[in-house]
Design a binder for this molecule. Sequence first.
Ligand code: UDP
Length: 402
Amino acid sequence: MITLENYREIVGDTVISEIYKKARRLYGKHVVHINSTYAGGGVAEMLDSLVPLMNDVGLEVGWRILHGNPDFFITTKKFHNALQGEDINFTEMKQHVYTKANEDFSVFTHIDHDCVIIHDPQPLSLIKYYKKRQPWVWRCHVDLSNPNQEVWNYLKNFILRYDLVIVSNKKYTKDDLPVEQKIVHPTIDPLSSKNKELDDETIEKYITKFDIPTDKPLITQVSRFDKWKNPEGAIDVLRRVWDKIDCRLVLCGSMAADDPEGYQIYENVKQKAEDLVENRDVILITSENNILVNALQRRSDVVLQTSIKEGFGLSVTEALWKETPVVASNVGGIPLQVIDGETGFLVDPHDTGSFAEKVIRLLQEPDLAEKMGKKGKEHIRRNFLITRLLSDYLSVLNDIIH
Ligand code: UDP
C-alpha cells in the first residue's frame, strides 16, 4: 500500500510535514466520499488515490458508490450536459428518476460520519433524504460557468442545503449561490499505475500488445468518447497535420459506467474515420487499462486535447507530468496547466488549422518539444499532485468539522 512517505522524494519534506501537521486535529474523524462510479473519468481516478492517503494520515475515510439503473445514468448525463450549457427537455419524470435513485440508496446506506463529501450532480440530492447531523460538502467537478438555468435552479433545491461547495476553477463559482464556495484544483497521483515511471521495455510491450504501429510519429488523445471531448475534432486535426507530416492518431477512450452516451459517440467517430481505422492511421481503443494510458502518454510525440468544454482535464495533467508536449483547447481548467508557449500550446477548440500548425511545429522541433515537456512536468509537480489535493481537503475538514 502506498503511504504518504512514498511521496517525499517527489514533493520534498516540507510538503509532507505540513500535511501531517494539518491532519493532527482530525485523527479518527470519520468521513465519507460518495460518487457514482468506481472507474472511468477523473473523479474515480482521484478518489482512488486520495481515500487511502486520507486514511494513512489518521482519518477514517470511506468511499461509497451511488447505485443507479441505466435510466438514472441517462438522466444524470442529461443534467451534466445541461449544467455545461446544453438544452434539455426537463420533465417531471426526469426529476423523479433522479431523486428516486438517491432516495432508495439512502434507505440502505447509513451515514453517521463527521463529514459527508458528495461528488458531482448524481448523488447531490441524497442530502434531502438524511437527517443532517454533520457538515455536507458538494464537490462539483463540472464546468458551471454557463448552466442551463432551469436545471441549475432545480439542483439549487439541494445545493442550498450544503455547508460548502467546492468547484475546480474560479470561473465556476456562482454569484447566485449564497453557500460558501471554495476552489480546489484537481490533481494526479504520480505513483499510480497510470502515472508512475515505466521502463522502455514495458512501454514497448504495451504498445505492441495493443497493436499500435510505431513506424510514424504518434499523436494521442486520452478521453472518454464524449461530445465535449470532441474526438471527431482530433481526426480533423490529424487530416490537417498530414499536409506536412505523416503520422498516426490514437484515440484512447474507455467507457465510464456512468456515461451512457459513450457508445454512440464511439460509433460516430468510427464512421467518420472508417478508412483511417481500417489502415490503422487512426487507432481506437476502448479498453480500460491504466498502464496502457501511461505507456501511450509517454510514447507519444504529441498529446492532443481537443475538448470544447473541460472541467479540469486530468488527461492533460497526466501528459504534462510525463514530459510529453501538449496541444490543447483553451477551455475550462486547461489554461491553468498549459501556459501557452511555455508548458505547451493553447488553441481555440474550433481552430483546426492552429491545432495542426502547433502539432507540426512540435514534431518538427524536437528541442522545443523537449523544453516544453520539462517545464510542463515541473509545473505539475509544483501545483497539481495528489499531495496538494490531500492538503486542501485537510484544510477544508479543519475548517468545517468542529
Ligand atoms: N481515462 C482512462 N482511459 C481512457 C480515457 C480516460 O483511464 O481510455 C482517464 C484519464 O487518464 C484521466 C481520466 O480518465 O485520468 C479523465 O479525466 P479528465 O479530467 O481528463 O476528464 P473527465 O473524464 O473527468 O471528464
